[in-house]
Design a protein around this ligand. Structure first.
Ligand SMILES: *Cc1c(COP(=O)(O)O)cnc(C)c1O
Length: 392
């Protein structure tokens, strides 16, 4: 967008990250396929070898399909700059590599996305970085977890599978008082639902695979940062030669255009279904911060601008074979990983298996539902038939 006025989110997603005048008037930035970029003169080429050429010197360093997506995402969330990376998992792990050194200590939320945790355990430790996990509900009390060389606090709110809402402003204050940076996995809320930089976050990471892509056909991640934290991230991105696919960036830009309307529908249908579920005798507890009465509702209401369509359900104690019967017979809800697409998904989860700083013992088995864009009445029918299989 050419003028710097502050538009509202639905307008921003329609207009950020594209400039038709650059591309023959085409509304969308095209897919650029280029490795070699030709110079006009050998002087220009020589400039490029010294890093002094003002334009693009090589395809690896940021084709317009990629940079338009990163500019859009940075502006949308209120960060200063962004990098696009080939997956959400790259987005969550890459900042650890860029921002830590051997001897450092990082604090990671106990409800963090499983593969992020696996990276910390398998690789950060190998590289000489100490990792410890903290109770996601600590808030300001996280101060007691800091060690002299704690340089990063990693948060994810709501938490993967268990949906604890973290007190991000309090955690940011504690981290900054200690000279540490706060990284947030903001995938659930997207840049529209939680404006991370208004709440003290230094680096906000996203699986664009989820709602930004929105159609279950793209793997992509985004790392958005403040200008103070961006330089080491950009340095490593360039030095490692991280090259997201421009086709995928094109699809993510396309997804972004409808993000606001899709999220509104995802959240409205999710709330309707969560309310319906909360009255079912088979259900013990809903894990959906946007549902009044949820243990995270107060902080969600205070800090978030919206919700999305992903939540957990704790069932009353029931045999695993009955759960399998319920899930195996679903007609609309698919059984698969990831989420954020237009189609609904349901999976069983086992959050208790990963915890180390806290225990997870909600009194029954847990499911996770990703509510898509179908008519809520059809989804409720599918769940109702599922409960019949669960009980029958
Ligand atoms: C899915 C997910 C990721 C990883 O995204 P991929 O693109 O699948 O690698 C990271 N964080 C959270 C919270 C996720 O749900």
């Amino acid at each position: 967008m050419s003028d710097r006025r502050r538009y509202r989110p639905a307008t921003n997603v329609a207009h950020l990250g594209r400039d038709p005048r650059r591309f023959l008037g085409a509304v969308n930035t095209p897919v650029f396929r280029a490795s070699t970029i030709l110079f006009q003169t050998s002087t220009e080429l020589e400039q490029a070898t010294r890093g002094e050429f003002p334009g693009l010197a090589y395809g690896l360093h940021g084709l317009p399909t990629i940079t338009d997506l990163s500019h859009a995402l940075a502006a949308l969330e209120g960060g200063d700059a962004a990098l696009v990376v080939p997956s959400g998992l790259t987005a969550t792990t890459f900042p650890f590599l860029a921002l830590t050194s051997p001897g450092d200590h990082v604090l990671v939320a106990d409800a963090v996305y499983g593969p992020t945790r696996r990276f910390c355990d398998n690789h950060l430790r190998r590289l000489g970085v100490d990792v410890s996990y903290y109770d996601p509900l600590l808030g300001a009390a996280i101060a007691r977890e800091f060690r002299p060389r704690t340089t990063i606090v990693f948060a994810e709110s709501p938490g993967s599978l268990t949906f604890e809402v973290q007190d991000i402003p309090a955690i940011a204050t504690a981290a900054h008082a200690h000279g540490a940076r706060l990284i947030l996995d903001n995938t659930w809320a997207t840049p529209l639902g939680f404006r991370a930089f208004d709440h003290g976050v230094d680096v906000s990471v996203h699986a664009a695979t989820k709602y930004i892509g929105g159609h279950s056909d793209v793997l992509l991640g985004a790392i958005v940062a403040t200008k103070e934290t961006f330089p080491p991230l950009a340095r490593l991105w360039t030095d490692m030669g991280i090259a997201p696919s421009t086709d995928d960036c094109f699809l993510a830009l396309r997804g972004l255009r409808t993000l606001a309307v899709r999220l509104e529908r995802h959240a409205a249908t999710a709330l309707e279904i969560a309310q319906w579920l909360s009255k079912r005798p088979e259900v013990r507890e809903l894990l959906y911060p946007a549902l009044p009465g949820d243990r995270g509702y107060a902080i969600w209401k205070r800090d978030f601008l919206g919700a999305s369509g992903l939540f957990g359900v704790v069932l009353q104690p029931v045999d695993a074979t009955r759960i399998a019967r319920m899930l195996d017979g679903m007609r609309l809800f698919g059984l698969g990983f990831s989420w954020g697409g237009f189609e609904s998904l349901i999976i069983p989860t086992w959050p208790e298996r990963a915890r180390t700083a806290t225990t997870w013992n909600p009194g029954g088995p847990t499911l996770r539902l990703a509510i898509g864009l179908e008519d809520p009445r059809d989804l409720i029918d599918d769940l109702e038939e599922g409960f019949r299989r669960l009980g029958g």
